[in-house]
Design a protein around this ligand. Structure first.
Ligand SMILES: Cc1cc2nc3c(=O)[nH]c(=O)nc-3n(C[C@H](O)[C@H](O)[C@H](O)COP(=O)(O)O)c2cc1C
Length: 382
């Protein structure tokens, strides 16, 4: 572990220093009044885990079965747009870090590297593709074909983003893709020469201005032009019929991300999804969304036998992962923490963050007297 960086807050503090403010706030903050963000934290802080005395374990087993696979620990690196802005080729670095632990890495539709380049940079990683359905379906289906061509067998369709959320701070900071040169934005970048040289200038000298790499080339430099804006706009009226169509088209595993109610979970099961992520998008989308921890138990009770249920939002320590497992999640996605690691130390920083989470999980399992992480379900005191 990097010297002096002992927990998630330490990594976050370094990320705050190293990244331009516009980028750091894009990663770190929530939406509107940031109520969901605060609520997610409080919901996790309220949960306690049972303690068992005189139930010691020398070694604890963190491995979990998910779908038909065994993973070394119950973690998945969540899809995060623009991870490649945090560090040069950031998505490949995260994919390799995930590979080191034998856990999946979710490629965002809005990544800076294409899925093909991520595959090249991380040949052995298990890649999942996260899909935002675009208005132009032909382009959307093309992305699915590309994912299959890269051996990505699992598709995560994000269903909680019918539109871009209201994030005032992005506007204030002048943070936009493609970059719009504003006085504030330029002076922000100039105040972070390390990031400017190691990330931005490196792109400019090699592949050019970073952008959303999965957009067709003619759209990347002109995302704001009318036709392009329409084609690659996230589908506002995405419906269960669209999910049924995707189910028909996609032969691999299908996961719906952003489910927060038993009614929607039931529909996901009926439509033939293989899994769901009970997620509030890290408090970044709908500010009035319930915290996943508060709805997870009823969703597990309703569809747990029919679907693999994962959860995310708010994980800052290994104990947060255990809490989601105790409430019935089979594995947990982490979004911001690996990005803080990436900002603090590149690929090694992301690996260190994963190692830190593993250690924190192990330690809490020993206090809880539980030898196998798969036995955590039901252990929460809510
Ligand atoms: C910077 C950033 C970008 C994100 N981009 C996406 C995305 O492109 N697609 C998606 O489904 N979720 C996206 N998310 C949400 C994450 O997948 C995940 O649900 C969330 O980050 C989990 O909360 P956590 O960051 O507290 O771990 C993003 C999150 C962050 C922090």
């Amino acid at each position: 572990m990097a010297a002096g960086l002992l927990n998630g807050d330490d990594y976050r503090a370094v990320a705050r220093k190293r990244l331009p403010k516009g980028l750091f706030e894009y990663i770190d903050r929530g939406t509107e009044a940031e109520l969901a963000l605060a609520d997610i934290r409080q919901s996790l802080d309220r949960i306690k885990l049972q303690q068992a005395v005189l139930a010691g374990h020398d070694n604890v087993d963190l491995s979990v079965s998910l779908f038909d696979r065994k993973y070394s620990c119950p973690l998945i690196i969540a899809p995060t747009a623009l991870a490649g802005l945090v560090s040069h080729d950031g998505e490949a670095k995260l994919a390799r870090a995930a590979g080191t632990f034998g856990i999946p890495f979710c490629v965002s539709t809005q990544s800076v590297m294409t899925i093909e380049d991520i595959r090249k940079g991380a040949p052995d990683a298990e890649l999942w593709l996260q899909l935002y359905v675009w208005q132009n379906r032909a382009l959307t289906w093309n992305l699915l074909d590309r994912a299959q061509g890269c051996n990505a067998e699992t598709l995560i369709v994000t269903v909680d983003t019918p539109q871009g959320p209201k994030r005032d701070y992005n506007q204030r900071n002048g943070f936009a893709i493609p970059f719009v040169p504003t006085v504030r934005g330029i002076s922000d970048v100039l105040r972070h020469p390390g990031w400017l040289c190691s990330v931005m200038l490196r792109y400019l000298m090699t592949t050019g201005m970073p952008s959303y790499a999965h957009y067709p080339p003619e759209y990347r430099t002109a995302i704001t032009s009318q036709t392009a804006a329409h084609d690659i706009k996230i589908e506002k009226t995405l419906s269960w019929d669209d999910i049924a169509e995707i189910r028909d088209r996609w032969q691999g595993r299908l996961i719906l991300k952003g489910i927060l109610s038993t009614v929607d979970a039931e529909r996901a099961a009926q439509i033939g999804a293989d899994g769901i992520v009970v997620s509030a998008h890290g408090g970044r989308n709908f500010d009035l969304a319930p915290a996943p921890a508060t709805v997870l138990p009823e969703i597990v009770a309703k569809v747990g036998g029919r679907l693999e249920i994962m959860a995310d939002s708010g994980v800052r320590r290994g104990s947060d992962v255990l809490k989601y497992l105790a409430l019935g999640s089979r594995s947990v996605l982490i979004g911001r923490l690996p990005l803080y690691g990436l900002a603090a130390g590149g690929e090694q920083g992301a690996i260190d963050v994963l190692a830190m989470l593993v250690e924190e999980m192990q330690s809490n399992m020993i206090f809880a007297g539980i030898g196998r992480v798969e036995e955590f379900k039901g252990n929460a005191i809510v």
